[in-house]
Design a protein around this ligand. Structure first.
Ligand SMILES: CC(C)(COP(=O)(O)OP(=O)(O)OC[C@H]1O[C@@H](n2cnc3c(N)ncnc32)[C@H](O)[C@@H]1OP(=O)(O)O)[C@@H](O)C(=O)NCCC(=O)NCCS
Length: 180
């Protein structure tokens, strides 16, 4: 499709900084039929990080997500590519008072990285959160996770000073989404 046609399709395209265009990934809430694929991608992503603690991996079973799939405080999102294959997954948790919401984990299929999957998952999650009146998005990022640090910085996250050092190896980052 010529770029001129795409340009007239608001909501269908994203403009990248370089001035090129791409079709966004399709994002939807986790459906029961996708739980095993969701868990496989999530667990493979966590297991690939040398600094992720084993408890994070062990608790993310199919049962863990089955218990959360219909709960309002959990946002379990799936990104699909143009062929319908799952390209990435996001697990978000909304605080009971709806003041803030965290990204517990986000994982992009290793073959589909740096194509905007995480960006589209975050954008969709942010839209859900804004509609709920949530003011801050929170993410814990390991200091050694260069891809995640760069991604969060690019997406507009800042280090949250009082919680700058959550542990010896990670920090809390936030994005204020209370404005326009
Ligand atoms: C972090 C992660 C989710 C990013 O997903 P993604 O779909 O590749 O990210 P996007 O394409 O939307 O964003 C791309 C931006 O993120 C940053 N980024 C992504 N991968 C990067 C890498 N390997 N090195 C440096 N920066 C990287 C860059 O700023 C990049 O922008 P650019 O393409 O213009 O350079 C992905 O690398 C991943 O699944 N990692 C393993 C799991 C993980 O670490 N999750 C985060 C836990 S907090």
């Amino acid at each position: 499709m010529p770029a001129a046609t795409l340009e007239r399709s608001p909501g269908i395209i994203d403009q990248l900084p370089e001035g090129t265009f791409r079709v966004p990934f399709r994002i939807h809430r986790l459906q029961p039929k996708d739980i095993s694929a969701y868990v496989r991608i999530m667990r493979a992503g966590i297991a690939s990080l040398p600094f992720a603690d084993s408890g994070q991996l062990e608790k993310r079973t199919e049962q863990y997500y089955r218990e959360r799939i219909n709960k309002e405080e959990w946002a379990l999102l799936v990104a699909r590519d143009e062929r319908g294959a799952i390209a990435g997954v996001l697990e978000g948790e909304i605080a009971p008072n709806r003041f803030s919401a965290s990204i517990q984990w986000i994982v992009t299929d290793p073959l589909k990285r740096k194509k905007g999957v995480a960006h589209d998952l975050y954008t969709h999650y942010e839209t859900i959160l804004r509609e709920m009146g949530v003011q801050y998005m929170l993410a814990t990022v390991d200091d050694a996770n260069e891809a995640s640090l760069n991604f969060h910085q690019k997406y507009g996250f800042f280090m949250k000073e009082p919680y700058k050092r959550l542990s010896n190896t990670s920090s809390l980052y936030y994005k204020d989404i209370s404005g326009a």
